[in-house]
Design a protein around this ligand. Structure first.
Ligand SMILES: C[S@@+](CC[C@H](N)C(=O)[O-])C[C@H]1O[C@@H](n2cnc3c(N)ncnc32)[C@H](O)[C@@H]1O
Ligand SMILES: Nc1nc2[nH]cc(C(=O)O)c2c(=O)[nH]1
Ligand code: SF4
Ligand SMILES: [Mg+2]
Length: 259
């Protein structure tokens, strides 16, 4: 079973004041649950803080109510190394690329020989040793309108809407890294937007994006929710010729923390 670890929740008790730190929500060992590397044992490093507010965010305590604990890069690397069987690290969040120090962490992990995946919403480009950019551009159906807002009355909707797509950042990520485009699908109405956005990204990059690097992932944070959504999304993948990705961790462990 994946093992949870504790995170220092009080920055004032962090020992090395001059050491680089990252806001960290949690670190844990699990199987990569999403995308082309689904099933691969991986250490997850989840940063806190996000520039978007998807209404469905499955990591509420990194976005809507972010935790404020930090870890030094040294402690993160030590935690990663404690999971001796893992040679894959997934840097996620929140939005990991809002933090400049994510680049330093990725450099250290790369020097140690880890394969690095970065889970990103694709609104920010950074130059870093990333083996797989797992890009999840956010569709209009992610916007936290008044009815869907998990916290307030749609106060974030306009800001989310303005920020959620940056075609230049998406094209830069695709040009620089091996990548996958992993869309959260809430229903068939999302598909025209996916097709339109894909065309815009393809027009903006020199890199060929095969349909097999375009993944449709059902929205849902529990087995029950996925029971309602996964078959629709699987059929949409067949209809449009894109790839389906499960949410293996939800199938295996439902919404248990640290999985
Ligand atoms: C929590 S996000 C963190 C990384 C980055 N902020 C992003 O959105 O790609 C990790 C992954 O979970 C996906 N995700 C978040 N909530 C989800 C939900 N309710 N159903 C399906 N996927 C979800 C995101 O699209 C992303 O691929
Ligand atoms: N097992 C597992 N796989 C994942 N792949 C991407 C995740 C994420 O939250 O970024 C995630 C996650 O939270 N758990
Ligand atoms: S971009 Fe990612 S972390 Fe941010 S709110 Fe959306 S799903 Fe959550
Ligand atoms: Mg997750």
């Amino acid at each position: 079973m994946p093992v949870n670890s504790t995170v220092d929740s009080d920055p004032s008790t962090t020992e090395t004041s001059d050491a680089a730190e990252l806001p960290i929500n949690e670190c844990f060992y699990s199987l990569q649950g999403e995308g082309t590397l689904a099933g691969v044992p991986s250490v997850f490093v989840r940063t806190s803080g996000c520039n978007l507010r998807c209404w469905f965010c499955d990591s509420y305590h990194t976005s809507w109510e972010p935790t404020h604990g930090t870890m030094t890069l040294e402690d993160i690397v030590e935690e990663v190394e404690s999971h001796e069987k893992a040679d894959h690290v997934v840097l996620t969040g929140g939005e990991p690329l809002i933090h400049e120090q994510s680049v330093d962490l990725l450099e250290r992990l790369d020097e140690l020989g880890y394969h690095t995946t970065v889970e990103t919403n694709g609104t920010i480009y950074r130059d870093a040793p990333i083996n797989l950019a797992s890009i999840s551009p956010k569709l209009a159906s992610s916007t936290p309108t008044g009815e869907k807002d998990p916290k307030g009355d749609g106060e974030w909707a306009d800001r989310h809407e303005e920020r959620r797509i940056d075609v230049d950042a998406l094209a830069d990520l695709v040009d620089a890294y091996d990548s996958q485009l992993k869309y959260v699908v809430t229903g068939e109405d999302d598909l025209p937007e996916i097709e339109d956005l894909l065309e815009r990204i393809r027009n903006a990059t020199a890199t060929t994006i095969p349909d097999s690097d375009v993944l449709l992932m059902p929205e849902g944070t529990t087995r029950e929710q996925l029971d309602d959504s996964r078959n629709t999304v699987a059929e949409l993948a067949m209809e449009y010729g894109y790839r389906y990705t499960p949410r293996l961790h939800v199938d295996l462990w439902n919404d248990a923390p640290g999985t």
